[in-house]
Structures are given as C-alpha cells and as structure tokens.
Design a protein around this ligand. Sequence first.
Ligand SMILES: *Cc1c(COP(=O)(O)O)cnc(C)c1O
Length: 423
Amino acid sequence: MTSKLAINGGPKAVSADDSEIFRWPIVTPEDEEAVLAVLRRGAMSGLDVTHAFEGDLKQYFGLDYALCHNTGTAAIQAAMWACGVGVGDEVISQSLTYWGTSLQVFSLGGTVVFSEVIPKTLTMDPADIEHRITERTKAIIPVHYCAYPTDMDPIMEIAEKHNLKVIEDVSHAQGGLYKGRLLGTIGHIGAMSIMSGKSLACGEGGFLVTADQELYERAVAFGHYSRTRDLESPELSPLAGMPLGGYKYRMHQLSSAVGRSQLKHYPERMAEIQRAMNHFWDLLDGVPGVVAHRPPQDSGSTMGGWYAAKGLYAPEELGGLPVARFCEAVTAECGQFKIMPGANPLMHLHPVLNDADVYGHGKPTRIANSNRDLRQPAGSLPVTEGLPGRIYSIPWFKHFDAEIIGQYATAFRKVAEHAEELQ
Ligand SMILES: *Cc1c(COP(=O)(O)O)cnc(C)c1O
C-alpha cells in the first residue's frame, strides 16, 4: 500500500532539493554586464539599445516591424488604437485572463465583449465569437492563455469575413507554436508583456510585432513622440512631434538590454522547460481527476515557455472532491511550489467591468459610449464561469531533473489515488 497522504500526517512525496528548479528568470553575468554597460554610458533613456532589441525581435519573429513599449499593457493599448479602436467601438476577448488583455480599451473610449473559452484549452472558442460581432466591433483579441495556443485559423477566417483586425496577446506564450507557426505572427499584430514573471522576461516591458507598415506607424504615432519624424504615412507625418495618445511608451533601456540577452538564450531555455513539463504530464497520464493542459503531441502546436502552467481538474472522477481541497492536499506533499486552485479572476464579473464610472460619464465606463447595455452579468458565460473549479496551478519547472519532476508527479498521483481519504 502507498504511504498515506502528507496532509494526514504521512511522509511528503517531494523530498529532493527543489530550490533551483523554479527560479526565474535565469540571470547570468551576461545580463549583468549588459545592464552595467547601459548604466555606465548613462544611456538609460536613449533608443540605441531598444532599436537593437527591436532588430533582434524582427529577426526572431520573421516580421518587418517591432516596437518596444514600457509595458505589455501599453503595447496592447497601442495595438488597439492602431487597429482603429476608438469611442464606442468594441473588441471581443475572453474573460478568463489577466486584465491587461483588454481593460485598457476603456481609455480609448471603447469597450470589451467577452466570448466563451474552450474548457480543455482555456482559450477563445471560435464558435462563440461571430454572434457577438456588431457594426461597432473593430478587433478580436485572443490570448494564448497560460501558454496554450489559441485556435487561430477559424478566428482569422471570421476576422477576414467581417473585416476585423486580430491582436494576439502573446504575454503567456512567447516562442510557442500554432500548427508550426510562431504565436504573434498569425494575427495582424502580436503584442505581449515581457515583465519579469513572464517566460521571456526583461523587467518591466512589452512590445508589438507586425508585418503591416500602417499598423506599425500608427502604434509609433500613438506613444512614441520621439520617433514620429520617421513616419511615412501622409496622415500621420503632419502630426509628428507629439504622441497622439498623449502617452510616452518608450522602453527603459535597462529593460532593452536585459531583453536582448534573455532573448538570445530563450530558445534553449524554452526547450528545456518544454522537455521538463512534457515529462511531468507524461508521468501523470491516466491518473484520475488530473488532465493535461497541452496540445496533442502531433499537432505542431507547442506551449512556449509554459507560463503559469496549469492543469485541468475533473472532480467527477474523484468523488466530487473540490479543487481547493485537492490543491491543499497536493501542496502538503510538495516542496517549495504551492499548488493553487483556479486562475485569474473572471473579468466579466468584476465591478470595474460592471459598475465603475472611471471617467465621470455618469454611467459605468463599460457602457459609457455604447448603444446598448452589453454588460455580461453572472450566468451569461456559463462555460467560463464553470472553469475556476476545474483549474489548478502545476509546478512550473525551468530545468529537466527527472528526480524532482518524478516526485512532484508522485504528489499529484498520490492525492488522486487516495482522494477518498479527503472526503
Ligand atoms: C502580463 C500580462 C499583460 C500585461 O503586461 P504588463 O507588462 O504587465 O503590462 C497582458 N496580458 C496578459 C495575458 C498578461 O499576462
């Protein structure tokens, strides 16, 4: 008989030293030197390192344009404006995500409508988009949530049919593939955060990439006043010298410097993460209650750096055991890594999306410029609303170490196989 659960006084499944396997980002003397070189030159506010980083990004994504920003939130906001989102306009996104995917649309006078997600991928359900499109819809913003590549082909088809732009939020999935294509290169714009917690991590920062000169120039015009003299667009060049958004979105060059050295080593670090995470899920194949959140092996789709890796939970296979109790028991088996239930709080249920009057319109900002009440109350997105009880975090390994990964997999297996002890 397997030893009894740690939460009931048994021995922990994880006994190995796991103090290094979760550390991120990996910072080496190369990063330190790159930062010191910028500091010593007093070049923190310049553009030369940022231009070089943009050159690296263009090469990495294979696209003609890259524009660095001080945050991912800013890059996505500039992308929205570049795509023509303005007063009264609507974007369609998912509710299950970090707010930075869509909340900044408020500052443009626009609003967001949420679609359902597919439970096994946690990404936008293409079948739930079209009926939400109105004459005010300007863009669809899929997010490759917790690194799972969104099913982009049908979304691009819908966008083309309705003449909409697609902004991929790649903040969770830098380097991931959708059917062999790099995420961020499929939509009209790929925009993402590279703050320190993300898989590609530079400090505070973000950027957008695109193949479209007009979209690139509009993003420059919105938040990069010092670069507007280079614009070719006949509409934008007479406005050069001031940012149309009234924002200054230039990247701090200490971030650009770290971004350059991190990107250089990202492919091999990402490959090791993929090997480690796939090994973890392979060990759990067939265990009741736990389901892998990853694309099929032969799909050509991958999970990039597995940002904020999640697992799917099937409580019906474990006698209805609530996910919070399951997580508590698994955490008791673990070392450093805490297994948490759920994921990001659902946006559509938050008071900022329902009640807050941010700009003094005398009504909620969500509908301040709308021609109808498009708020989505509890019960309006039943699939999404059912998901928090079916998601949990899994250990986000940064290195391949068969012993540690094996012990963490044992932690999950042990709890699943002894779930009745928790009832
Ligand atoms: C982190 C994040 C952002 C925002 O990026 P910041 O750099 O923190 O502004 C946007 N979307 C998603 C999905 C994120 O996780």
